[in-house]
Design a binder for this molecule. Structure first.
Ligand code: A2P
Length: 257
């Protein structure tokens, strides 16, 4: 039996010269938890060329969605960025990953901290009713260099609050905090600085972070995660994983080539 589903591209959206997203058909037997990733890719000379991608769409959507950077010489993304509707794509049958709510102990506030394509797993989590059942407030921070890279902002602010089933939870419980580091914008600065300076707390109106009430998920570059992990560990937060739930969990943003 093959390890892959054979899917087809349904739509492609180019956000910037370096960022794009696309949707594909979804085999009805493909199961995953919101926040997880799977291997996806193309057959090149009959051989699968795959990379890990977090699933942007939720486990109750009929199609799959992925968010990717474009690396000019990247073996996979240089090809993926030229995808057109109807093209074949392979999707690994086994999804996995640590960014699932089960890996966190109970708390009041859930912070989802993503930079660049590290937003992807959080797009699924903010559309999962369980996220809002487990936490009173969900703060989604998306950090990018430029405003144009704040992908999905419109969907989060304009579409999701009107969603028939999730709208009320999203309006009452979700705080979206986009931030930019390399041009003027209403929110500026790295996620790490926003946390340590108290700026994020000030802007969201939530209390300063503390181990009793706050839980964190993060997804970004290895350096960003190291820095955040340092901040949380020093503040007394415990890392969680599949074996034992904790107060923060992390996953590297994939899709680098
Ligand atoms: P900066 O512009 O100050 O480097 P990248 O595209 O390099 O992955 O960066 C995406 C966003 O993440 C940028 O806003 C960048 O800020 C920020 N960033 C990069 N490294 C870190 C880090 N170690 N900690 C927090 N934010 C970071």
């Amino acid at each position: 039996m093959s390890n892959y589903f054979e899917e087809r591209v349904l739509s492609v959206h180019h956000w910037t010269d370096t960022l794009f997203s696309f949707t594909t058909t979804r085999d009805t037997s493909f199961r995953f938890k919101n926040g997880q990733f799977t291997m996806i890719g193309l057959r090149v000379n009959e051989k699968p060329l795959l990379r890990a991608y977090s699933v942007v769409s939720t486990n109750y959507d009929e199609s799959l969605e992925f968010f990717s950077i474009k690396v000019p010489d990247g073996p996979l993304t240089s090809r993926l960025q030229n995808l057109s509707v109807g093209d074949p794509i392979i999707v690994g049958k086994k999804a996995t990953g640590t960014l699932i709510v089960d890996n966190l102990t109970s708390g009041k506030h859930l912070y989802l901290l993503g930079t660049g394509t590290g937003l992807a797993p959080f797009m699924a989590l903010i559309r999962d009713p369980e996220t809002y059942e487990r936490f009173e407030k969900v703060v989604l921070v998306h950090g990018c260099r430029q405003i144009a890279e704040l992908a999905y902002g419109e969907r989060i602010t304009a579409e999701l609050p009107k969603d028939e089933f999730l709208g009320e939870m999203i309006r009452n419980q979700l705080i979206y905090y986009p931030t930019v580091t390399r041009e003027p914008f209403r929110n500026r600065g790295r996620v790490t600085e926003l946390l340590t300076s108290g700026r994020l707390a000030e802007d969201t109106g939530l209390p300063a972070i503390n181990t009793e009430t706050d839980r964190f998920m993060m997804c970004g570059s290895p350096q960003m995660m190291n820095d955040l992990k340092g901040i949380f560990t020093q503040a007394g937060f415990k890392e969680g994983n599949h074996g034992e739930a904790g107060e923060f969990v992390l996953e590297r943003a994939f899709a680098e080539r």
